[in-house]
Each structure stands twice: as structure tokens, then as C-alpha cells.
Design a protein around this ligand. Sequence first.
Ligand code: TXA
Ligand code: MG
Length: 318
Amino acid sequence: MAEIGKNIDFTADLLFKGKLVAIPTETVYGLAANALNEKAVLSIFVAKDRPFFDPLIIHLPSIESIDKYADLKDVRLQKLAKIFWPGPLTLLLPKKEIIPDVVTSGLEQVAVRVPNHPFTLELLKKINFPLAAPSANPFGYVSPTEPIHVNKQLGDKIEYILDGGICSIGLESTIIGIEDDKVCVFRLGGLALEEIENVVGRVELRINDSSNPKAPGQLKSHYAPKKPLYIGNFDDLIKLNSSKKIAIICFGEENFSNNNYTIFNLSKTKNLQEAALNLFKYIRLADESDADVVLCEKLPNEGLGRAINDRLKRASAV
Ligand code: TXA
Ligand code: MG
């Protein structure tokens, strides 16, 4: 198991030495390494069992620090960066030579983000390199929102987890880039579409659904628990699974006739922020429960509900 602590200098030291550490962000915990050290970056892929064709996001302390690593020339993206950084927004930008190909899987663009967590911002200011950091979970599994989640799944692969408490958003960042001169969303996430459109007008959704996507993290099956997870109408799903032990992930009212189910309510008051915060934790708890199947319903397709529905859909794909 890894040590869990709040020592930022020690974390920086390990990173300077080319080691992996888990770091807190407002979205999910990241598995971080020096983005300029190819060997260290390679060890991220090995620890996560992640295919090399799936590129990584680099994390920087400020908008001003970007110039050395990527071009933030597009005025629309600049505007988004100024408003939403630090925050749950990742921009796809033309990369500069200094970024190793292993970070971008050979692509010409690099994904960049300024995370909004005081410990990680302090850490990023102490070091003189960006941090490459995917979510700190084995490839294809649910992202961690607490240090203990990281320790359970990757604890034997890393030395240290920087403990920044529970992530305040709980969903990965929204990924935005330019394609065909249009602002496009490549992954729905912790920054709602409505907020982005308020700044740059209508954007295009280029969320990939295929099993061989262009942005590889958008694989059809991702964020998947080990137990089968089904989405739909509860009455129908319950009938279909009546012979099994059932865990339910719901939102709002709980009108279930049978009280043998293990129920995880994302938000009794139908608050989408609260639901985002609980989503990955509840998928984990349902997976660890004694239920045979996990049944879920779709949330309203607005605000963070869109990203939550996207994650549920990918968690359910087989
Ligand atoms: O909130 C987040 O974004 C978290 C925290 C730790 O920052 N990170 C995260 O990283 O979710 P990861 O690796 O789990 O997901 C990154 C996604 C993947 O879907 C990957 O394919 C996509 O970003 N991506 C990274 N670089 C890209 C690039 N150059 N072009 C297209 N997609 C890219
Ligand atoms: Mg991930």
C-alpha cells in the first residue's frame, strides 16, 4: 500500500526523481509523473495497464505557464481558459517540441489543464515541469475521488498519495478543442455545456461512441464496474432481474415496493452537483456490495446530468 499524506515537498521530491504519485484535483485523483521525463511517463501506462495509443493530459499551474508547452492562440479557447482556469476544463492545443510524443501518443495536439486544487497548484508551482496525469485508476475502471480509492487499486504501484480530501466535483474535466474551425466538445465532464456555450456560443458535440474512437479515452466501454450495470426504467429492469440480488443507483424519489434492494441515491433533492460528487463512489460501492446486478436510471440531460449520463452509458456497455 502507498503512504497517504499531505507533504507537498516530499511529493515534489518523488516527482523530481521520476517517480509516480497520486495527486488530488477538483475533478478526480490523478496518477502523476514529470511530463518531460519519457521514462516516468511510460511508467504511468504500465501502472494503469493503459494502451499507449491513449494520450495523457498535462497539468500546469497557470495560464501564463502554457506558452512553453503549447499554443493557446485561438481566441475562443483563450477566452474559455481565462474564465474557467483553474477548473474542470481541458483544452486540446497544438503542442510544442518539448512535449514528448509518448504524452500525446504521437498526436500533434496536447491536452492541457490548470486544475483547481490548492495542494496541486502549490505543487505545480514548486516544480519546473508539467505533470502528465490520467485519472488514478486501472484502465477502463471508475475514476477515484478519494485517496482510499487510489490505494485500493494502485497502492502497490506507487509510493505516495497526496491527500487533498474528497474531490469537490467528482467528474473528469470537460475536453474542448477546435476541429473544422469549430469549438468542439470531445468529452463531457465537470464543466457543463451550458457554461461553455454562454462564453463561445453553440459548440459541436464530437463525443465518440465507437469501440475504436479518435480520442481513445472515449472508448464505448469505460468507467466500468465488474458487475453488470443496466440503465433504463426501474420497473422493467427490476422485473427482468427479479431472481437476482439488486443494487439500485437512483436520483430523487425512491418508490420501490421491495426493500431488499441496496439503494444508492445520487441526490434525494435532485441536485446534479451532488449527484456528480456521488456517482463514482456509488458505482464503486455497488460493485463492492453483495448484489449481482446494478440498476440505474438516466438523469435529466442538462447541466452535469449530461456527463453523468455519458459515464453511466459507458459503465453499462459490455
Ligand atoms: O479531470 C481530468 O481530466 C482528470 C484529472 C486527473 O485531471 N484526468 C483525466 O485523464 O481524466 P484521463 O487520462 O483519464 O482522460 C484523458 C482523456 C482521455 O480520454 C484521452 O484520450 C483524452 O483525454 N486526450 C488526452 N490527450 C489527448 C489528445 N492529444 N487528443 C485527443 N484526446 C486526448
Ligand atoms: Mg480516465
